[in-house]
Design a protein around this ligand. Sequence first.
Ligand SMILES: NC(=O)c1ccc[n+]([C@@H]2O[C@H](COP(=O)([O-])OP(=O)(O)OC[C@H]3O[C@@H](n4cnc5c(N)ncnc54)[C@H](O)[C@@H]3O)[C@@H](O)[C@H]2O)c1
Ligand SMILES: [Zn+2]
Length: 384
Amino acid sequence: MLHEQRFSVEFEYPVVFCRGALAPGEPTLAWSISRREPERRHPVFVVLDDGLVAARPSLPAEVEGYLAAHSQHLQLSAPPHQVPGGEAVKNDPALLNDLHQRLATARLDKQGCLLIIGGGAVLDAAGYVGSTTHRGVRIVRMPTTVLAQNDAGVGVKTSVNAFGSKNFLGTFAPPFAVINDVELLGTLPLRDVRAGLAEAVKVALIRDVAFFAWLEQHAAELRQGATEPLERAVRRCAELHLGHIASAGDPFEKGSARPLDYGHWAAHKLETLTHHDLRHGEAVSIGMALDACYAAHKGMLAEADRDRLCGLLKALGLPVYHPALVAENQGKSALLAGLSEFREHLGGALCVTLLTGIGSGIEVHDMDSAAISSSIAWLAAHQG
Ligand SMILES: NC(=O)c1ccc[n+]([C@@H]2O[C@H](COP(=O)([O-])OP(=O)(O)OC[C@H]3O[C@@H](n4cnc5c(N)ncnc54)[C@H](O)[C@@H]3O)[C@@H](O)[C@H]2O)c1
Ligand SMILES: [Zn+2]
């Protein structure tokens, strides 16, 4: 006797693009937390990225002031809690345990809100804690890097590193709301601004040729972090990621195909090989250039399109080459080991997206090492 259990669950969350969301008179953040039960006062536990606080020391007071101004709807359940920014927070189980403990002490219930303000790493780690507390409290994210606003912070995943593996533990946990405030990017170093733009180039390449052309036109301003074009680029990139999650049919990534992981097989390996000296976005930039060279080498992509992509990456101040591309491990290419690791990460068949033109890609299931080596040699000669 077979009973086939089947049901579906709908998810809904607002993603707001704004400026100055923490100004006391701004209603958006309070609304996003209290929108389902406006008559109730919602307990809010706030987690802050300490790197962000170092760059913006007024932040804890701004958050407390905001909650006080909206005390009809919101109530701070503990003083804002700072955690280390960057990968450190994802690497230390003691920090996670401490945060679980604090949520227990604050007696945050399932309608309580965990408000996380920080970069992708803090959103991932605190999100993981929030999504495993009472099997998931409400999480409101305020991402504070370009990468977090246009990619990591708008999606449905959380994770921490464990047992030597990046993102080994994690959950699929759609947020309760996302507030993308471009002013929070004001303190971000230019290097991180540019690295985050690599993801915008990536989605444009796969999904939106007009956006690619727009990025080309505004590359010089974007490279300097000019607020208005940056706001538009972040927004369009986030929309394309959100559209993909909502309509590509695999929001929780059960299949092997990940078109928006373009350039990422080499990127993941380069991040490890350089011990994270390369930012994720910088590694993605090199990975995208490599896969475009490969596609051109195989006759799938016009050389003019390969050159257009490399030209845009360079105009944005992003790298297209790194010596780690030719690193060897016991006489074998370390990068090529990354292909089989990527297959494991996908689970099952290798599925790599390659470009057939700007704005269009196809899936391939194997890659030829000789052509990868020639592509690396081409990039070494054309990196300047
Ligand atoms: N969940 C997902 O879907 C997803 C997707 C992509 C990436 N990620 C993860 O995101 C992480 C990378 O995130 P990231 O690129 O946002 O960097 P990050 O979170 O590692 O932050 C980089 C540094 O910037 C600091 N910082 C953050 N905001 C700042 C600001 N406004 N001003 C000054 N300094 C600031 C942080 O303290 C940190 O030192 C990785 O761990 C990656 O695995 C997750
Ligand atoms: Zn990425």
